[in-house]
Ligand binder design. Sequence first.
Ligand SMILES: [Zn+2]
Length: 691
Amino acid sequence: MRWAQLTLVEDDPGRFSPRFWLDYIRRIRAEGVCLSAGGCVAFYPTRLPLHHRSRWLGHRDPFGELVAGCRRMGLVVVARTDPHAVHDPVFRAHPDWVARDEAGKPRRHWASPGMWVTCGLGPYHFEFMTAVHRELMARYPLDGIFVNRWDGSGMCWCRHCREGFRRACGLALPSSARLADPSAPATRAFRRWRSERLFSLWDRWDGAVRAANPEARCIPNTGGGAFAELDMIRCAERAEVMVADRQSRSGTTPPWVMGRVAKEYRAALGPKPAIGLFNVGIEEQWRWKDSVQVEPELRLWTAEAIAHGMRPWVCKFAGVLHDRRWLKPVEAIFRRHARAERWLRDAEPVARVGVVFSQRTATHAGADARGTVEAASLGICHALVEARIPYEMVHDGSLDPARLAGFRALALPNITCLSDAQCDALRAYVRAGGGLVATLGTSLRDGEGRPRRDFGLADLFGVSAAGPAQGPMRNSYLALHPPHPVLAGLGDAGRIINGLRRIPVRLREPVRRPPVTLVPSHPDLPMEKVYPRHREPGPPELFLRAGGLRGRGRVAFVPFDLDRVFWEVQAVDHGRLLRNLVAWAAGGAPSPVRVDGRGVVDVAVWRQRDALVVHLVNLTNPMMMKGPARELIPAGPWRVRVDLPDGRRPRRATLAVAGRPIRVRRTGRTAEVTVPSVLDWEAVAIELAPR
Ligand SMILES: [Zn+2]
């Protein structure tokens, strides 16, 4: 349930205090540890030739000392290796183990110029690192090996890669120019081949680990989310556990994104555990590895991970401390996790809304992928967080009836790549009563990323695509025609700002009384010229269908980038429209919980056999939109009403984080509590009895 990672640096042996770390690991009640062992630098007296021992190792065995200490405390122990870089003697003995650039030149390490970058698919990984893993498993009582940076560092044109790819596919390795085109046949073949090679490397290491200890596993650091290279579903089939290596915000990432990360991993893993690896430092793109974050950020980042189901894993680089400010906050985070542990395990998420993500769509998104894929998804998720609607992430590889059964609505934020089978699965979902909210280019490509002539879901949308995307549409608006539930809360607004990019559409059937029509772009200067050129209502710009779909479900198609522009511009009207669309598609009840009271709160609901647990992460903060919180600001009281499972009533309730009871009332089919105040995170555990 709680993990600690100590990543040693080469000059740590003899300078850092293993006793200090063992004591700290005990104090934070960690149950598992991950300790630097070998690969790039060995922190134990390895006997393998060319396995570089720390130059400060002497006759010591700091890895072995830490392993023994952790074993005495009864902890699960995982060794960490990193194969991505080697020293000169390795290069001199085996120049073919090192990655080559396109011109065939061996690659120096970009940050440590005295070292070389290894080929992720060559003999160094397949042979040498397997030997390292065997040696570690043979000499120490280990439960697993965590392999960092194991999949190479970018493209490699070495002899092994060239020959291996030609043997497998009969093709020359694609050039870097060709690689930029995801639909080029050579690029497709290469991606498939590389993926299979990585899975076979994983299997090879895992086989070596299991041969030594059948209960142990190799855990490669695989990455997750739409931009992960390896298919998450296939990773999750192999893995017993996955580690979400999102160490801290990057730039101005808001804290709730860590909760979304938890859901992306859960989308692939199901009930298998996901671990939230966080770093005590400010990661950012500049990688100040020795930095320390302020307590409010550490607390919010980990609260998001924990509330959304991940087990915390604290990561510290270097055994010698230059800044001790993180020690007490992390200890407090772990201690309260231990206190609430009973309510954090053996639970299933309860959410009625799913947000689909698609690695294939990210692969085929081209240069603007961060905008068309990530910003679109972040926009819908941000709208749901603001609306206090719990949601799950749904991997597009699992659009099957069993996975979708619990959802009343699915959001498809510009999910361009959908195979015919996936479109059929979504049709079946709508026939069975599910709702869809799809935006912009959803289903305009097939499962292989090839453009379609029309939306794959045109029959559900009620419109066909009538040309390539238009935009940016400057100074364009949406004219609103209330009353309609999707316009709730927009009051007297006659029009609101439009998105920036749209797919022109052709109606497949007449639309009566469209709630939203288009006010096309018109000049924004000179001021005298800023008026719409068309007085009559424009064409419909939002397509809502219910009832006429040979089923009970509702479909909302938004032909423009509402989600992305909400993320990038944060106009409240767009957030409200997104929330209303999801609520409408879900048949009016998108959430199993209602939270009333001021502030910004990210809500998650979990079901245990005999309890409901409602997590409230207080994001009320002037810095909420930008991640770098300076202080925590209490919010509340919050009135929380959660729907009860059939035939159950509340028995009693506890504030799991504060560790004290709270009064609970039943009103009809809901349980109600009032949480007086929350600083950063609280979990309301409502125990259930038969009615
Ligand atoms: Zn290579």
